[in-house]
Ligand binder design. Structure first.
Ligand SMILES: Cc1cc2nc3c(=O)[nH]c(=O)nc-3n(C[C@H](O)[C@H](O)[C@H](O)COP(=O)(O)OP(=O)(O)OC[C@H]3O[C@@H](n4cnc5c(N)ncnc54)[C@H](O)[C@@H]3O)c2cc1C
Length: 456
């Protein structure tokens, strides 16, 4: 950001976590921010709700503990007491394959095996699939020039079954994307780094884990996920409260124009402009300013998903599940992509006599239903798919919350990093223009906070 202006007037478009945290850091750095948000809700996809005495999440339910930026921001905002570690005593999950749940093989770091016996004994892979996976350290792996998809990368190392039944559900699930299209260098560069250094991912991961063990020997390992006791929405709510006076809710920005000294946003003059919108929503705003940039932004693909939180009467459940939940193997056999047993993952989420599960819905068959269908078109098949594999789930929930995210998952397609570079080059050429948020430098809440911090 420009250092010449004393207190630059900075317009930020988008009041999700990307826009709010940008406003926070810029204000701290001496800017005068104004955040424009189309709706009356602050936090975009961060949205929490109470139902039947239970705390439900419509978007993100946690922060990945190993990405520290959002946690640091929480502490900075006085939310340290809110931090809630995941209940790692229950830290295990399953894969839904052939209508049955199978425990994810123990001893895997991500999907990379560190022990032989769990792979030999898992029913998730056929004998050939197991042999192919365990051969990885003994094979030569030649990385192609340039970017590669998650699917090709995994297949090269471990074969198709590992992709379909372990890596795809686990890593593809984070991005809600198709592993065949997902850019490895934009999504999991650390795995590419391991390949470069060690050749084999199995060898690279075990060396990385040895180093990590030495570092954590003195202390205890942190929890995998961290949530917030009052719900994820407390983070944007706190930011919004601290940014009082700098916020413009219910203002859908319709026009931006370049001026000789900066930018005009719906006719109001600013020195600088931060676009904290998903790229496809930003694209039409640039149609008058720079057609090429507008076209570039519009190139980002996206996928649609929905979360379905179901609240049951605990006494109607004959069995209680263990673990955090499950993900579905590829190719998906229904719209049920995954399920979290909410109260197992985080304490204090359910009231004493209630049981909550949260389903992730998506995949090719769900797109039109998420964009425009009736609620029942999503709820009925999802509940039927769940009950088929978990017959202890009652027929009817006491309450439900269906939260749709049409085109809500930005696609980190092959060549994503070059695409971001090109956008930055064009933004620099226009001057005093920045892009930040889930479409660009990482989809997690923490990645959005990190990008916001880097604006100062
Ligand atoms: C189901 C789901 C689960 C997830 N789980 C996790 C998780 O557990 N952990 C994690 O770290 N991440 C998770 N994510 C990802 C993370 O939640 C998002 O990537 C992140 O919240 C996106 O923030 P953002 O500010 O970039 O965009 P958004 O939250 O989409 O905010 C953009 C804002 O811009 C506004 N807007 C749009 N157009 C205009 C306009 N013209 N004028 C003014 N305002 C406009 C919108 O109303 C919106 O509020 C999940 C995402 C989803 C969908």
């Amino acid at each position: 950001m420009s250092e010449r202006m004393s207190s630059p007037k900075t317009a930020i478009i988008g009041g999700g976590i990307a826009g709010l945290s940008a406003a926070w850091f810029l204000k701290e750095a001496g800017h005068t921010p104004t955040v424009f948000e189309a709706s009356d809700h602050w936090g975009g996809k961060m949205v929490s709700k109470r139902m039947e005495g239970c705390l439900l999440e419509g978007g993100p339910d946690s922060l990945l503990t190993e990405k520290p930026w959002a946690l640091q921001l929480c502490r900075e905002l006085g939310l340290a007491e809110e931090l809630l570690p995941s209940n790692d005593a229950q830290r295990s999950f399953s894969i839904l394959h052939n209508q049955r749940l199978h425990p994810f093989p123990a001893g895997c770091k991500l999907f990379i095996p560190q022990k032989v016996t769990p792979i030999l004994t898992t029913p998730l892979l056929s004998p050939l699939g197991k042999a192919r996976m365990l051969m990885e350290p003994f094979l030569k792996h030649r990385a192609p020039e340039g970017d590669e998809s998650l699917a090709d990368f995994t297949r090269r190392h471990f074969g198709q079954q590992t992709l379909d039944r372990l890596a795809g559900p686990l890593l593809g699930g984070i991005y809600g994307g198709d592993p065949e299209d997902m850019s490895m260098s934009a999504t999991f560069p650390r795995l590419q780094g391991l390949e470069k250094k060690h050749g084999s991912l199995v060898k690279g991961m075990s060396s990385m884990m040895r180093d990590a063990q030495k570092r954590t020997k003195a202390g205890t390992a942190p929890s995998l996920f961290t949530s917030l006791k009052s719900g994820m929405q407390i983070l944007p709510d706190t930011l919004a409260a601290k940014l009082d006076g700098y916020l413009r809710p219910q203002h859908l920005v319709k026009s931006i124009l370049k001026t000789p000294s900066g930018w005009s946003v719906d006719g109001e003059e600013f020195d600088q402009l931060v676009i904290a919108l998903p790229a496809r929503q930003a694209a039409p705003l640039f149609s008058e300013v720079d057609k090429n940039l507008s076209r570039l932004l519009g190139q980002q693909q996206s996928s649609s998903s929905a979360t379905l939180s179901l609240v049951f009467d605990r006494k109607d459940l004959k069995t209680l599940p263990t673990g955090f939940g499950f993900m579905s193997a590829h190719p998906l056999s229904s719209i049920l992509v995954g399920c979290t047993w909410t109260g197992n993952k985080f304490q204090h989420r359910e009231s004493k006599d209630r049981f909550v599960c949260r389903l992730f819905l998506g995949g090719p068959d769900s797109k039109t239903k998420i964009l425009s269908g009736e609620d029942a078109e999503l709820i009925d098949p999802a509940l039927a798919a769940l009950r088929k594999i978990c017959p202890f789930i009652p027929e009817q929930p006491l309450a439900y919350w269906l939260q749709r995210w049409p085109n809500g998952n930005p696609g980190y397609q092959l060549g994503h990093l070059d695409w971001v570079k090109e956008i930055k080059t064009q933004a620099n050429a226009l001057g005093n223009l920045h892009f930040s948020g889930s479409s660009y430098g990482g989809v997690s809440v923490s990645d959005c906070v990190k990008q916001a911090q880097e604006l100062t």
